[in-house]
Design a protein around this ligand. Structure first.
Ligand SMILES: Cc1cc2nc3c(=O)[nH]c(=O)nc-3n(C[C@H](O)[C@H](O)[C@H](O)COP(=O)(O)O)c2cc1C
Length: 415
């Protein structure tokens, strides 16, 4: 995929870019509709509402001087949170049927459009309606392109995967199951949502049932407010989105993963999950490693998972593809160098690289994000730390892995 190649980092490209950022110009990370839209406060004790909260609520607040940062249940490149979540409720007790916007700060849903035998499904070109909650993830890409420039579309898609990953595990924690939908008419959804070019529809998902009933199209665009306080267009990203928006998606996308986590510990892991900032370089066990990758790897056909094993008790050091040892040896320094010289990559117990042919680009990058989120949660359940790594020398990673496939994501796991 052209976009991915054109946004590769190399030793030289990273040094040619000053990387200077004026934090005072950071676009807002929260979208708010005016106060007159009716809001419904989400109640943790109700299973669907609990799942929605776990998909995106704020779990940590940091203060630097006068600036406040809010970290959420999902990991996000640079904590920029370039994904908004909308929920269409149909036949859900206590709710007016309608399309709502999720607000992390007020932990509520704002009603944007009341359904009148219409629905988003027709615009998405789905051949069924959803009785229950239909989720739309959409990316205000400028939150990320402000910092990451052209490479930002990658992070918008990976972050969508993390956000959905948080919904998936939040649903499980509440005794529900979510299903992901990657193949839908994204441009038509952008149109009816009134996104202009400021948000890009990236993914649908649902918690509920498919029904034969088919609602009508929504006749008028939904109300729209800009997701950021100001906006700078990036034509390269918009073109890359459009160029890859209609690629087909794999059938296996529809398979449902299963988890067998103890729910009390899981709630604790979701609430306390954070990206690790440094490792002591202690080992993890082979059982722990295998548990993490087997939970994460469910229905991830099309993604190749490479592992640089640095410090796993009972496993030989080296580079692996899945369980197959490709090269034996200590590649910890190499892995750190490949991750843009971040010590996270060398002091980890394992550094993973996710690769794919990217013939279904948007879905593959999003699924790499879902994979990443499952790695975070499965590791957190074992008291093991993780950091997503979106910055790596693409070309040199490919050379090291001896693959022509695109490198979509990296993850460092350890203690
Ligand atoms: C797609 C993606 C890429 C990331 N890349 C890096 C990275 O290259 N280096 C790093 O230190 N952290 C990276 N992170 C971790 C984020 O900085 C972290 O998720 C964010 O600060 C929010 O904090 P939290 O995960 O503790 O909630 C990445 C996270 C994601 C989701």
């Amino acid at each position: 995929m052209n976009y991915h190649q054109k946004t590769e980092h190399s030793y030289k490209s990273v040094r040619m870019n000053s990387g200077f950022l004026d934090w005072a110009t950071q676009p807002s990370a929260f979208k708010s509709y005016p106060g007159f839209y009716p809001r419904k406060k989400l109640d943790n004790a109700k299973s669907l509402e609990g799942a929605i909260l776990l998909a995106g609520k704020i779990t940590f607040e940091k203060k630097y001087g006068n600036d406040e940062y809010f970290l959420r249940t999902w990991a996000s490149a640079g904590a920029l949170y370039p994904v908004e979540m909308y929920v269409q409720m149909r036949s859900v007790e206590g709710y007016i049927d309608g399309v709502y916007h999720f607000e992390p700060r007020s932990e509520s849903l704002a009603l944007l459009h009341e359904l009148n035998r219409d629905g988003l499904e027709r615009h998405a070109a789905l051949d069924y309606d959803i009785k229950g909650a239909l989720f739309l993830f959409a990316s205000p890409y400028f939150r990320s392109s402000w910092k990451y420039k052209n490479r930002a579309l990658r992070y918008c898609l990976l972050d969508t995967g993390h956000h959905y990953g948080a919904l998936e595990i939040g649903a499980y924690a509440n005794g529900l199951q979510s299903e992901a939908v990657f193949g839908f008419d994204k441009l038509s959804i952008c149109e009816i949502m009134g996104f202009e070019n400021k948000e890009l529809a990236t993914m649908l998902a649902f918690i509920g049932e498919k029904t034969e009933q088919k609602s009508k199209e929504i006749s008028e665009r939904l109300p729209f407010v800009s997701p950021t306080d100001y906006f700078e267009q990036n034509g390269f990203i918009e073109e890359a989105y459009r160029a890859s928006v209609e690629q087909s998606c794999r059938e296996s996308d529809r398979q449902k993963p299963s988890f067998d986590f103890d729910k009390i510990s899981l709630l604790n892991a979701i609430q306390n999950r954070r990206s690790i900032r440094a490792f002591y370089a202690h080992s993890i066990s082979k059982d722990e490693y295998e548990r993490i990758v087997s939970v994460a790897g469910q229905s991830m056909d099309g993604l190749d998972i490479y592992a640089v094993i640095n410090n796993v008790d009972g496993a030989q050091k080296g580079l692996y593809r899945g369980a197959e040892l490709l090269k034996a040896g200590d590649f910890s320094q190499k892995a750190g160098y490949l991750c843009l010289e971040q010590a996270l990559g060398s002091r980890s117990a394992v550094t993973l690289f996710v690769a794919s042919a990217a013939d279904s680009y948007q879905a593959d990058v999003t699924r790499a994000g879902i994979y990443g989120h499952r790695v975070y949660i499965a590791a957190a359940m074992l008291g093991i730390g993780v950091s997503g790594i979106g910055a790596y020398y693409d070309g040199e990673v490919k050379e090291f892995l001896e693959t022509d496939k695109h490198i979509l994501y990296a993850l460092a796991i350890g203690r």
